[in-house]
Design a protein around this ligand. Structure first.
Ligand code: ANZ
Ligand code: ZN
Length: 862
């Protein structure tokens, strides 16, 4: 098996090991490291194949390439396995890593394994703790009570992003709200910079940048004080539409707003409001921000004064106002905000148009929906009448500030990052609670706080670390009295927020990061991973990079220069209305459900829904079985050829067969000549003097070099690059002498052929490296292709010149035509068929076939 041979060779020669090489440009090629679930899936294969092509290509182009691999090894599945199978998470993880490493190695990926990082090891997670302490020192890590998403089934706190449609992302249990004291990272301190620097990220997909920006969610607006109508004090609201202030007919508070109790005191509505508040607080945040949320609210019985018109407006409490955003209170303008409109209609609150549309057709009494546009002009707005909404925004903001009614502010949707998890398999938070001294940091020189091995894992209750007394008991570093250790562990997103920095020197033991190595390799030139990480992982990694920069450990502002988000791997699934998803084996050739047949009915199965490969859809293809059957090269070629990297890749058996056939064709072509060309030194200078057939070969070769290079450079169009390579192989097949070796070939021909075949092999190398290395060796080369330079095309050769082609009809010479040498085959055939002399021979006859022998002839069969 040549694949094993070359994998061994690469390993033995440590060919992918890389060090800083000042003489060469650096290139850091990074794929998102996997969670060690135990088996790789096609999504991994695709991700890593893409990265591998880039890494190999860049190496041949002369860069020193850092291409590392590691394990995002902390996380919940290990703990669940412990609960279900009684295996220790550490052991489970270790076994899975070993299994996956083996599978990954079978793909022949060019990783520098000496840099392997495992986040569950002390030598890694101790630095999570170190960063945590540094962040505490700088006020970037803090503790607060907060309403958290609680999954009653996983017994854990979930990040907002882990709540999908109000359910736990893992187990789909309905999520509840619960108050807990939690650790937070103050990512909001970097909100402005995180947004600002999006501008630098020109190598990122627009879609991802938009998601990042929306997540950060910057809004400019004003805070306005609405004095309470009866009694002291005022309510602060936040609005981005101060131009509509004259149309605010009520005020709405979030149920959690601290002023609610005071506002309902002694009011007839008190009980109703309290009940409402209790009910809404149970609801999940995601549901409460959903577009289609049923808007509900209650009147508090109190009023505020609209400060611009000195008018009494009722104060309501409603489910669609969130405490976490702005001031937790809004002015409602039903004429110009659809949500407020629906609410006002439902509860019979007055509606007042204050922005007239350009046609002047809006009337408060006949309005059937909110006019939310920011065009037109102001009406019923006193001194601001006739201003455009945009002018009015500026003028009214100024006026509010002058009058001392409020001030301009900027708000962000971004919330601080809650990192506390009541979980075992994660980084212990290095904190000690002392009755006397309060919250005390573990001193730096006592790190790591080791994750104890012996911990009861039941899946119930709070943090499992509570169950290990030796861990729990601590001595206060300040007063040296008995104290208690923090039992929460960190969100595993912390682990993946800086692993790319660790790779630059994974074994440095007295610091998290070797600044010198990091400044050599950072930033990552190309990052490749799934779109599912478009928000969180990427945002957290950007945040960590900025924090670490501010700790003076690195110099870069941004970690990832270019980002490629690869599409999903999808496959058709089989769905029976009776038995739901079926394995292909459970469907007959005619598309009938075998399970139904057994029970005597026989339901026709719905085929052709292409869906992401997943166990539940029963449409998974196991990469390992595939490699065993076809070899890694075929699997790689198929995944790279079937779709451009960012698009979904549709699985097809024919596609795999096709990839396999192509590689066989390459093999036969090169093998035919390899022996005879071994000793040939390519020294081709005078292109002009070559006979036309050899010229044509060289032109095809050089054109392919250009095409493949351009396709790789331009957003990694590997599919079209491989297509060009296939075309070259076809051309060479047509040009070769059938069943002939190099015997009797002129030296010049040998050189041309050697150049052609070597080029095919080098161009193939990034995509199918094993077969390429083998053929390279057979062509007489002693070192790995990795030590060779990527070929460059010769403009002189490609330059379009005219060549004369002989045209045959049924094998007899009938005409000659002049064509541009770089014309594609189809165009040449058309030109041949259009030739008047040829037409006189083909008139009235059916053209059966047109064969083009590059640079020489076209034969038309009629
Ligand atoms: C009056 C108004 C009139 C508003 C109008 C909009 C349109 P963004 O752009 O997302 O920042 N708002 C403010 N705080 C809120 C909270 N805690 N919960 C729910 N809604 C809140 O949106 C800002 C707008 O969202 C604010 O401007 C406010 O409604 C609402 F024709 O004020 B607006
Ligand atoms: Zn103490």
């Amino acid at each position: 098996m040549i694949e094993t041979k070359w994998q061994r060779y690469w390993e033995k020669k440590e060919i992918f090991k890389v060090t800083e090489m000042p003489a060469r440009p650096k290139f850091y090629c990074l794929v998102m490291f996997p969670y060690p679930s135990g088996r790789i899936h096609m999504g991994h294969v695709r991700n890593y194949a893409i990265g591998d092509v880039i890494a190999r290509y860049k190496t041949l182009r002369g860069s020193a390439v850092l291409h590392p691999m590691g394990w995002d090894a902390f996380g919940l599945p290990a703990e669940n396995a412990a609960i279900e199978k009684g295996i220790h998470p550490a052991q489970w993880t270790r076994q899975n890593i070993a299994a996956m490493r083996k599978q990954i190695k079978k793909l022949g990926l060019s990783y520098d394994w000496s840099r392997e990082v495992n986040t569950s090891e002390e030598e890694y997670y101790r630095w999570n703790q170190w960063f945590f302490l540094k962040m505490v020192e700088r006020g970037l890590a803090y503790k607060k009570m907060s309403d958290v998403n609680w999954c009653p089934s996983c017994q854990t706190v979930l990040a907002n992003e882990q709540v999908v449609d109000g359910q736990c992302w893992r187990c789909e249990t309905v999520v509840e709200q619960k108050e807990l004291s939690q650790w937070f990272f103050k990512i909001t301190q970097y909100a402005e910079e995180l947004l600002e620097h999006c501008q630098q990220l020109t190598g990122w997909p627009e879609r991802v940048l938009t998601m990042q920006k929306n997540w950060i969610g910057r809004s400019e607006g004003v805070e306005v004080d609405f004095p309470l109508a009866d009694g002291e004090g005022s309510l602060k609201i936040f609005t981005t539409r101060q131009d509509t202030l004259f149309g605010a007919t009520f005020v709405v508070l979030a149920p959690e707003h601290p002023m609610v109790p005071q506002l309902i005191q002694g009011k007839a509505q008190a009980d109703e409001v309290t009940e409402f508040v209790t009910r809404v607080r149970q609801q999940d945040k995601k549901i409460r921000t959903a577009q289609d949320l049923e808007k509900e609210g209650v009147f508090t019985g109190s009023y505020a004064i609209n400060p611009l018109i000195r008018e009494r407006v009722p104060i309501w409490v409603a489910n669609f106002v969130l405490m976490e955003y702005g001031t937790g209170a809004i002015m409602a303008v039903p004429a110009h905000d659809q949500r407020d409109y629906d609410f006002a209609k439902k509860y019979g609150i007055p509606i007042r148009v204050v922005i007239q549309n350009p046609e002047g057709s809006l009337e408060s009494s006949t309005l059937i929906q909110a006019y939310a546009e920011e065009s037109g002009y102001l009406v019923e707005s006193g001194q601001f009448n006739r201003l455009s909404p945009n002018e009015a925004k500026k003028k009214i903001a100024q006026y509010i500030e002058q009058q001392g009614l409020g001030k301009r502010t900027v708000n962000y949707k971004l919330r601080d990052w809650g990192i506390s998890r009541q979980r075992y398999w994660g980084t212990p938070i290095p904190i000690i609670y002392c009755d006397q001294c309060g919250i005390v940091s573990v001193p730096e020189d006592e790190l790591p706080v080791k994750l104890p091995r012996k911990v009861p894992l039941t899946g119930k209750g709070g943090s499992p670390l509570l169950g290990n007394m030796a861990f729990l008991k601590a001595i206060c570093p300040k007063c040296h009295k008995k104290a208690r250790r923090e039992t929460d562990t960190m969100d595993t997103f912390v682990d993946s927020s800086w692993y790319f920095l660790r790779y630059t020197d994974p074994h440095v033991s007295d610091r998290p990061i070797n600044t010198q190595a990091a400044s050599c390799w950072m930033p990552v030139d190309q990052y490749i991973g799934g779109i599912e990480h478009a928000v969180l992982h990427l945002l957290y990694a950007r945040f960590f990079t900025k924090v670490i920069r501010d700790l003076d450990l690195i110099q870069v502002d941004e970690p990832f220069t270019r980002l490629l988000t690869q599409g999903m791997v999808v496959k058709e699934s089989y769905y029976c209305p009776e038995h739901e998803y079926l394995f292909p084996e459970q469907v007959t050739q005619d598309g009938v459900c075998k399970l139904c047949l057994e029970s005597g009915t026989g339901t026709v199965v719905e085929v052709g829904r292409t869906e992401k490969m997943s166990k539940s859809k029963k449409n998974v293809i196991d990469p390992e079985a595939l490699i065993a059957k076809y070899g890694a090269d075929t699997v790689r070629i198929f995944t790279l050829f079937a779709a451009p990297p960012e698009k979904d890749l549709e699985w097809s058996d024919e596609g795999v067969e096709g990839a396999h056939r192509f590689l066989n064709r390459v093999w036969r072509l090169v093998a035919q000549y390899a022996g005879g060309l071994k000793k040939i030194k390519v020294d081709l200078q005078a292109f002009q003097g070559l006979p036309p057939d050899l010229k044509a070969i060289r032109q095809a070769v050089h054109r392919t070099i250009r095409k493949v290079t351009e396709d790789i450079e331009a957003d990694f169009h590997f599919n079209t690059a491989i297509a060009a390579l296939m075309e070259l192989v076809n051309t060479l097949y047509l040009a070769r002498e059938e069943d002939q070796s190099t015997k009797g070939m002129a030296v010049q021909s040998k050189m041309v052929w050697k150049e052609a075949l070597q080029t095919v092999v080098i161009l193939l190398f990034p995509f199918a490296p094993h077969i390429a290395e083998e053929l390279w060796q057979r062509l007489g080369n002693a070192t790995s292709i990795l030590r060779t330079a990527w070929p460059t095309h010769d403009e002189e050769i490609i330059k379009t010149e005219k060549v004369t082609l002989v045209i045959q009809v049924n094998g007899k010479l009938r005409s000659k035509i002049e064509v541009l040498a770089d014309l594609d085959t189809e165009a040449i055939k058309q030109q041949a068929l259009a030739d008047p002399k040829v037409q006189s021979w083909t008139a009235g006859k059916a053209v059966r076939n047109v064969i083009y022998v590059p640079g020489r002839l076209v034969n038309i069969v009629v």
